[in-house]
Design a protein around this ligand. Structure first.
Ligand code: ARG
Length: 463
């Protein structure tokens, strides 16, 4: 490997002009993929152990390579590794250093392997861990939401459609909607593991190899579930990357939705919740301001996470098989989405621990806007045997009367109601009670306090 002494690329024996200066600078990926160093070393060790088991390399060489790789790992951890941008990526940097440490025999490491399968192997090992980290953070989020829900089972607020008061709802029920969303996100990340768990190592450049390798051995040792089935597809496939980026995007949507709700509820017009000083920032000119910047940050960063998904989709569109340099960008994109989503979840968790609910104000808002109108229509269907449409019409007339006379439904007298609907008795008045309304929603998945208590118990057990 004398050519390599001056840090020349491996291919300098064949390509005798150096790449254009700018390309040399921007075409490499070391600054990005050095993050894969421990996965690269882990996979290389298993690769050479397999080569030895298959009698492709001897015991002494295998041991030398493993020794060198472990030493390199230590050097990188201790920040003593001589990274060289000119060597393009982490894989070539590690290989070059192995030559420095053990000499010519380092060259056996790349037997029956290409960077094309090497890089995806590293990436998939990394992604397994990344999925795990995200699902753990999602667990924390779900727990924080459950804690808030538990404290607010009997907190009554208006449920909205079109951001107009719709029907009374428990604040806990509202929060549990987000438990559902984040649980689906978790499931999505876990489901992604099925494709990630197919081992690419051993497909080499694109057609497989004539060496008698054992891909089932590396699969087991690297804790994959099975080897990939088609060598060309393997080096070209980045579906597992899109899955991850989409999962990040869906999760970011949910984060942005709860962020937006909190922004609205915290606004001076709504005042349903209060953010404590840990999660607000001030204004440089208006001394009175306490702005919900962290929530806006969460909402904004969703755009960045979507952008990453679109970058990858666009890179893959129309790309012929098999490996192309275009694919190198997959790692930067994924690392960015992972870092961003992880940060967003941590910030969201901070927010979930640092806000308070204005229960009085929530109730006040729920008392306005005729939220029990549907309950009244339902009551007429049940008690007077009216078709729902007739009950709806009679209710609308009663609402019109209340609105015209500036009365809440709870302020109506039975005589006033009877002018519009003579068949109703004073018993109807209980229908306008918000708590009564909520507790009548006993259908599975509905907002009654009892349902919510059961749901919280089951979430605590099962998420
Ligand atoms: N740094 C490259 C990447 O991440 C490694 C694969 C290189 N393969 C090749 N045939 N040039 O995609």
């Amino acid at each position: 490997m004398s050519k390599n002494k001056n840090n020349q690329p491996i291919w300098s024996a064949r390509i005798n002009k150096v790449s254009s200066n700018l390309f040399k600078k921007v075409g490499g990926s070391l600054s990005i993929d050095k993050r894969l160093f421990s996965e690269d070393i882990e996979a290389s060790i298993i690769h050479v152990e397999m080569l030895f088991k298959q009698k492709i390399i001897n015991f002494k060489i295998k041991n030398k390579i493993v020794w060198g790789l472990n030493r390199i790992k230590n050097e990188i951890i201790k920040k003593k590794f001589p990274f060289d941008e000119k060597l393009e990526d982490i894989h070539m940097n590690i290989e070059k250093r192995l030559f420095d440490l053990i000499g010519e025999e380092a060259g056996y490491i790349h037997t029956a392997r290409s960077r094309n399968d090497q890089v995806i192997t590293d990436f998939k090992i990394w992604l397994k861990k990344a999925n795990n980290i995200i699902t753990k953070n999602l667990d924390i989020t779900i727990n924080n939401i459950l804690k808030n829900a538990n404290k607010n089972i009997e907190t009554i607020m208006p449920g909205f459609t079109h951001l107009k008061n719709a029907q009374p709802v428990s604040f806990a029920h509202y929060l549990l909607a987000y438990v559902e969303m984040f649980s689906r996100d978790k499931k999505r990340f876990i489901n992604n593991l099925e494709n990630i768990n197919e081992n690419p190592l051993g497909v080499a450049a694109l057609t497989g190899t004539s060496f008698k390798i054992d891909r089932f051995y590396t699969t087991k040792k690297l804790k994959f579930k099975k080897p990939t089935k088609n060598s060309i597809d393997t080096v070209s496939d980045r579906d597992f990357v899109i899955d991850f980026l989409y999962s990040c995007s869906a999760c970011a949507i949910h984060i942005s939705r709860i962020a937006e709700e909190f922004i609205i509820w915290n606004s001076d017009a709504f005042k349903l919740i209060n953010l404590n000083d840990k999660i607000v920032t001030g204004s440089s000119i208006m001394p009175q301001k306490k702005n919900p910047d962290p929530l806006e940050y969460l909402r904004g960063k969703t755009g960045v996470i979507f952008g990453n998904l679109f970058s990858m989709l666009t890179i893959l569109k129309g790309l012929p098989l098999s490996y192309f340099k275009d694919l190198q960008d997959d790692k930067e994109i994924v690392f960015k989405s992972f870092d961003q989503l992880k940060n967003s979840l941590i910030i969201l968790n901070d927010i979930l621990k640092n806000f308070s609910v204005d229960k009085k104000r929530m109730l006040e808002l729920a008392e306005n806007g005729f939220l029990t109108a549907t309950d009244l229509a339902d009551y007429m269907v049940k008690e007077l045997n009216y078709p729902f449409r007739k009950a709806y019409l009679q209710t609308a007339k009663i609402i019109n009367f209340a609105e015209k006379n500036k009365k809440k439904l709870t302020e109506l007298k039975i005589d006033e109601i009877n002018k519009i609907e003579p068949k109703l008795t004073a018993e109807v008045l209980k229908i306008f009670d918000l708590k009564h309304s909520i507790n009548s929603k006993t259908s599975y998945g509905g907002t009654s306090f009892e349902n919510i208590k059961k749901m919280i118990r089951s979430y605590k057990k099962n998420h």
